[in-house]
Unconditional design. Structure first.
Length: 404
């Protein structure tokens, strides 16, 4: 069984990997991600799983022995990555789910409920800006017409991206979650160092912090970098620069998180004051009210500074996820009674499809696998092979409890 996981992991290692950085570029509906999707379908077919795909490319590969039907136990994750991301965020959950099915079969386990291995598309929102787009559509919390209005950085519409990937079908029907999904378990690499500090290879999630992405459009006046006196400028770069500092300071004061990780400058010339700067704020807090007040404080300081700079500012919320408390009794049940002691139950500041399904009423749990450095969304993201294998067997034990 060890072989199954390692072989699959080795298959995926080169797909979408940058030779320059060692990081991954697996954006939805592009070459590498499509290759991963084909790989997943081959793995499902090789195991005799029944594959169901929806028009945006969300896939479930079902293991339903004869006579077993009804809502199933879903487990899986995503295959897309952030730009220059790590190998584990997403694929670890998918490969572990396939390997866990193999483990259960080798144990002779016959599930009393179908077990489905799922892959949701565009979890990272790295192409169309809306995180967990696939699971939000499946859960019916994003209207289809809003999804169709999305475009990527090159101006390609979501609809055109679907059609060039051979997907899309005019309309989209959300999944009937009550009829198809009894519960969901997502295994994921931990994106912090909590498990390292606790000396545990696996843990269970208690909650996801509320988080959101906000587009800040700063507008000024383009002018000559040499002949425009410093006091005559309306420079949106200055307003943006102060806003980035303010975001960092506000988040530190409140013990929360704020990041500007993406900026676009127009016209982006060395010898011209920019006419426009667009920057994206990623903000995360332990409470919904805290998130709202953090974003309000940053926006307020940015607006004051825009007044002083003679620039203007518009703030647009592009992707906001409220706090998620996972099913506490399910988490406690899954964490308890293991050889070597209970698994720790820990919160996460990262967003996941599991959060979307949980908010849609599906009993949901997450398993985390230790990440020795805690680094994630970076080529440095890592989990050791022994810990990954502990994760597979933890997932197999979990599925056995849930599908018994
Ligand atoms: C997803 O990984 C996120 O938290 O941004
Ligand atoms: Mn991620
Ligand atoms: Mn992820």
């Amino acid at each position: 069984m060890t072989d199954d996981f390692e072989r699959m992991w080795t298959d995926l290692t080169p797909v979408g990997r940058s030779a320059a950085s060692g990081g991954y570029f697996r954006q939805p509906y592009r070459g590498a991600e499509s290759e991963l999707r084909s790989w997943f379908l081959e793995q499902a077919t090789a195991r005799g799983l029944r594959v169901e795909s929806d028009p945006v490319g969300n896939v479930v590969a079902w293991w339903a022995p004869p006579g077993v039907s009804g809502p199933g136990v879903l487990t899986g994750s995503h295959l897309d990555s952030v730009l220059d991301g790590g190998a584990y965020d997403g694929p670890l959950g998918v490969v572990s789910a396939l390997a866990a099915v193999d483990v259960l079969r080798s144990r002779g386990f016959v599930p009393a409920k179908p077990i489905g291995v799922s892959v949701f598309v565009e979890e990272e929102g790295s192409r169309f800006g809306l995180a967990c787009l696939g699971s939000r559509l499946a859960a019916g919390v994003v209207p289809w017409r809003d999804a169709l209005a999305l475009t990527d950085r090159d101006g390609t519409s979501f609809e055109d991206a679907l059609s060039s990937a051979g997907l899309g079908a005019g309309t989209y029907e959300p999944w009937d979650l009550a009829a198809t999904v009894d519960c969901f378990v997502e295994l994921h690499v931990e994106q912090g160092r909590d498990l390292v500090d606790r000396g545990a290879a696996v843990g269970v999630a208690s909650e996801i912090w509320p988080h959101g992405r906000y587009r800040f459009d700063f507008t000024g006046a383009a002018n000559h970098a040499g002949s425009t006196r410093m006091e005559d400028r309306q420079d949106p770069m200055l307003t943006y620069a102060m806003t980035a500092l303010a975001a960092n300071k506000q988040a530190r004061l409140a013990g929360q998180r704020a990041t500007f990780g993406r900026v676009e400058v127009a016209p982006n010339g060395t010898n011209a004051i920019p006419s426009r700067v667009t920057a994206w704020l990623d903000a995360r807090c332990s409470t919904d009210a805290g998130l709202a007040s953090l974003v309000e404080a940053i926006s307020g300081q940015a607006t004051d500074r825009a007044d002083r700079d003679g620039t203007s500012l518009r703030v647009t919320a592009e992707s906001v996820s409220a706090s998620v408390a996972f099913d506490a009794s399910m988490a406690a049940r899954l964490a308890a009674d293991h050889e070597g002691g209970d698994w720790p139950v820990i919160p996460t500041q990262a967003g996941h499809d599991a959060g979307i399904l949980s908010a849609a009423g599906v009993p949901t749990a997450m398993l985390f696998v230790r990440n020795p450095t805690g680094v994630s969304h970076s080529p440095e993201e890592h989990a050791s092979m022994p810990d990954c294998l502990v994760g597979v067997s933890a997932l197999a034990d979990t599925l056995e409890r849930l599908a018994r």
